[in-house]
Design a protein around this ligand. Structure first.
Ligand SMILES: Cc1cc2nc3c(=O)[nH]c(=O)nc-3n(C[C@H](O)[C@H](O)[C@H](O)COP(=O)(O)O)c2cc1C
Length: 327
């Protein structure tokens, strides 16, 4: 079984990815948050997108860049630009549920236009000499949509197919629709990767039991709130406090280094720690001090106090997961 880090826009960028890879159990592949392909010719990547995929910012790990578009020409141009950075595999985003993306017929909004999707895939597979994988939801409105979608996906030599078993209208709430995933599993041709709500060892065991032939699992929120999870899935103990301190220190230093001012660094750190804080379930320091901190110094003071509460015997419980229990 292979393990992949899920792409989370604004969260699993290169700073987080590198710090995670250095201090916790490494993933086999890291998927970069999407680059929205530009339809006009010209600059392919903005400053942030370019930095995120630059090889020198991703040394020693396998990164798969992801593209969001429904325009085959724009996809091909962007993929070629990525190949110039040395990437041989590209992922197509067919899952993003955000309103503007979906209304533009992209992400999970592209799933309802099956003829358009087939034409798009014909064109990109014909013109690109690269490995192409797809990350998809079950459909836009109805999980049954995955049936005809699988007929389409099975027509192409996909590097792999990653399915997040929700429809767009689910966003990240409710529970994954394993019945519909099972239908896709039965007819799959490409190597199949499961993604969604793996928060504990038991969650993984259930998926492995029900779908023994999947080749990979992709984990997002589960590892953000509990970065020791992947080690645990490999039978390791939870990380020591010193590991957490070094990890937290690298995140702090790197976000401060790349942010134009302290306010931006504070914003980024709050975003990341809104997930990481669940590894410190007994503490109220996040709510009382870190979340409400008005400046970086106060935030970091709270962070050090929070780290002091770390207990490597305590496995984070399944609570406080965005889209799972607190929405
Ligand atoms: C804040 C946020 C940003 C995300 N950004 C992306 C993205 O850029 N590309 C993508 O394919 N999926 C994106 N996703 C979806 C995740 O990759 C993943 O499919 C989803 O979180 C379910 O997996 P999990 O339950 O392991 O977190 C995002 C999810 C969240 C919550």
């Amino acid at each position: 079984m292979k393990y992949y880090m899920a792409p989370l826009e604004e969260v699993t960028g290169y700073v987080f990815r590198n710090a995670y890879h250095r201090y916790f159990y490494p993933f086999d592949k890291y998927f970069a948050p999407f680059v929205a392909a530009k339809e006009q010719k010209g600059r392919l990547f903005n400053y942030k997108e370019r930095n995120d995929i630059l090889p020198e910012n991703n040394r020693g790990l396998v990164l798969i860049p992801q593209i969001l578009t429904n325009n085959s020409e724009a996809f091909i141009r962007t993929a070629k630009g990525m190949r110039e950075f040395g990437y041989e595999e590209i992922n197509l985003n067919l899952g993003c549920p955000s309103k503007t993306v979906v209304n533009g017929g992209r992400g999970s909004g592209f799933l309802q236009d099956r003829e358009g999707l087939r034409k798009f895939l014909d064109e990109i597979f014909e013109q690109l000499d690269m490995k192409i994988s797809i990350k998809t939801r079950l459909g836009r409105y109805d999980p049954e949509e995955i049936g005809p979608l699988m007929e389409i996906f099975n027509g192409y030599p996909l590097e792999e197919l990653i399915i997040h078993p929700r429809v767009r209208e689910d966003f990240y709430g409710g529970t994954p629709r394993l019945d519909a995933f099972s239908g896709a599993y039965e007819v799959r041709k490409a190597p199949l990767c499961y993604n969604g709500d793996i928060f504990t060892v038991e969650d993984l065991e259930r998926i492995e039991r029900e779908f023994p032939q999947i080749t990979a699992v992709m984990i997002g929120r589960g590892v953000l709130r509990h970065p020791g999870l992947t080690g645990q899935l490999h039978g390791k103990h939870l990380p020591e406090k010193s590991v957490w301190e070094a990890f937290a220190g690298q995140l702090r230093d790197e976000y401060v280094r790349i942010s134009i001012n302290e306010e931006k660094a504070l914003f980024k750190l709050k975003e990341i720690w809104s997930y990481l804080r669940w590894s410190f379930p007994e503490s109220t320091i996040w709510d009382r001090q870190m979340k409400v901190a008005g400046d970086l110094e106060t935030f970091l003071y709270g962070m050090r106090k929070l780290l002091d509460t770390y207990d490597p015997e305590k496995i984070p419980e399944k609570r406080g997961i965005p889209g799972l229990h607190n929405r």
